[in-house]
Design a protein around this ligand. Structure first.
Ligand code: ATP
Ligand code: SF4
Ligand code: MG
Length: 335
């Protein structure tokens, strides 16, 4: 499988005013991942975990403070998106709120024609209709403006417009969370149809784990700017390894089996922002924490082929003291 896009140890921090004064937030912290051609990548995590920042780094809408970005074997780090004509056309982002990405003065026809021109093609009715049909819309919408159509139609138009550029990768950031629950599955199914028909690589960003069945293949779970677990979707749902992933799944009735109780994995604490100085950033929320977790930050390590997890309960026995982890598992199994 050809790697299209690769991030190596990318980080991005922001300075933010909070109740405690000005703090530096590591929105994306040392993240590495690769996106292979025509794959379907999912990024999941709760609000503020850094998903949008990571998506913006992938599409070069935000430049990381450090790390390397490679697109089709070319190092694009530090280069302005504007100056990268191929990247600019081929790697696109779709946002949660289609209203903000569409020009309110432009008709649907003009919006798609505009992007065709940007992609170096002369707009014509046949192609405009084809892009619309790819998102299951008819020509009778062509002369309407964003305010005249529904939220679901607006998101479809935003996608049709991006398709007019013939992209190779689409990063979709919470593309259905602003839509009515009743049409979310239709729009997600549409994304998958497009992926299959047009051979586009998809990166799907969401905080809503219940939409996961619509995204397949490689999943990355984010917590506080880091990837804490990576694996294929089936393994993630059937056998989550990281306590945070276990908690996310336990919160969704469709996915939890015997682990209906989220508190078995995530402690309820009023101070979710507390993080030990050197240890695991999930320590104060983790119902499985070992003493070592407070002092040693667990690296993201491979447990088996294609399964990575950053947690002392697995693998990194040198750092975690294997006996401690073994005792923990024995206790969990007894429960
Ligand atoms: N431009 C910015 N300036 C300051 N802080 C920012 C900026 N962008 C993001 N952040 C902070 O970085 C952290 C990660 O934000 P990000 O939007 O990437 O998270 P997210 O996972 O997409 O969250 P959500 O699910 O709410 O969309 C948050 O604490 C956020 O407040
Ligand atoms: S390293 Fe420790 S605190 Fe962190 S998730 Fe694993 S068990 Fe919990
Ligand atoms: Mg976001």
């Amino acid at each position: 499988m050809t790697v299209m896009l690769e991030l190596n140890n990318v980080s991005k921090s922001f300075v933010k005013k909070t109740g405690q004064g000005i703090v530096r937030i590591n929105a994306v912290d040392n993240v590495s991942l690769s996106v292979t051609e025509q794959s379907n990548v999912g990024i999941i995590g709760e609000s503020g975990s850094g998903k949008t920042t990571l998506g913006r780094i992938m599409t070069k809408l935000t430049e990381p403070d450090s790390g390397l970005i490679t697109y089709r074997s070319v190092n694009v780090t530090g280069k302005k998106r504007k100056k990268l004509s191929e990247f600019r056309r081929e790697v696109q982002m779709i946002f949660q709120d289609p209203y903000s990405s569409l020009d309110p003065r432009m008709s649907v026809r003009a919006a798609i024609a505009d992007f065709m021109k940007l992609g170096g093609n002369e707009p014509d009715q046949e192609h405009i209709s084809r892009y619309l049909s790819m998102v299951n819309l008819d020509d009778d919408i062509l002369d309407k403006r964003p305010r005249d159509i529904s939220g679901g139609q607006r998101q479809r138009v935003a996608v049709a417009r991006v398709l007019a550029l013939n992209p190779r990768i689409i990063v979709a950031d919470e593309p259905v969370s602003a839509l009515d629950v009743s049409i979310r599955s239709q729009v997600l199914t549409m994304f998958q149809d497009i992926r299959r028909r047009a051979g586009i690589t998809f990166v799907y960003i969401t905080h809503d784990i219940s939409t996961l069945p619509y995204v397949a293949e490689q999943m990355h779970v984010m917590y506080r700017g880091r990837i804490v677990e990576s694996c294929d979707i089936r393994s993630l749902i059937s056998e989550p390894l990281h306590p945070y992933t276990m908690g996310l799944l336990a919160a969704v009735p469709d996915f939890n089996k015997d682990t209906a109780d989220i508190s078995r994995h995530i402690k309820s604490t009023s101070d979710v922002d507390m993080v030990p100085e050197h240890g695991c950033s999930f320590y104060y929320r983790c119902a499985h924490a070992l003493p070592v977790c407070k002092d040693v930050d667990p690296p993201l390590a491979e447990q088996e082929k294609g399964r990575l997890v950053a947690c002392h309960l697995y693998g990194s026995r040198e750092a975690s003291n294997g006996e401690e982890a073994d005792d923990h598992f024995r206790n969990v199994e007894k429960k």
